[in-house]
Design a protein. Sequence first.
Length: 212
Amino acid sequence: MIAPVVVGFLLIALFVVLGVLFSGPVPGFDLAVADVLGADHAGAVGAVAQAVSHVLGPVLPVAAGVVGLVWAVVVRQSEPALSVLLVKSVVVLALCRLVSFAKPLFGRDRPREYPEFSYPSGHVVSVAAVAFTAAVLCAWLARSRLRACAAWGAAAVAAAALCRMLMDVHWLSDTVGAVAGVVGVGLVASAALGLLPPGGVPRRRRAGAAGA
């Protein structure tokens, strides 16, 4: 139980350090990536990236949270342990999503003219929050599929990050910081709620470990 919390706080510290370091002059690697990926942000590539961003963005955790809460209500009587697990997972999801609200603390400019600050990427935070929460749920409900769940989650996060850079609205470090912040908050929140280490949710009216 101690290790996830320590790793979580270290990642949160890394998130803050990156935000402070990159709030000034733009690092060379950020500029180099922006020059390559953001070159066609006003063309066809940028249009496709924007379309993908409509899905892999802030709408995703909202939809996931609604599904989780509805599911929790539906199974509240028949499977109370599962219901508690789902509610806890939605809390973790919400806390992870709050990482993007740290933007004003760093005040980093975007690669081009665009509303709000740049660090961290809100779209990447959104997708990473859903991916992290899905992995926690998978560890409890279908552990044999955890590796596949993590792989799909990582792919979705990478796609969201790539799209935001192709649109030239985020630096590479915005996306890296977003992932660090989400995983850090997710680990600490999950440990505090008793979701780490993962157990198994008993079926049919047995409270189980998640309801503790």
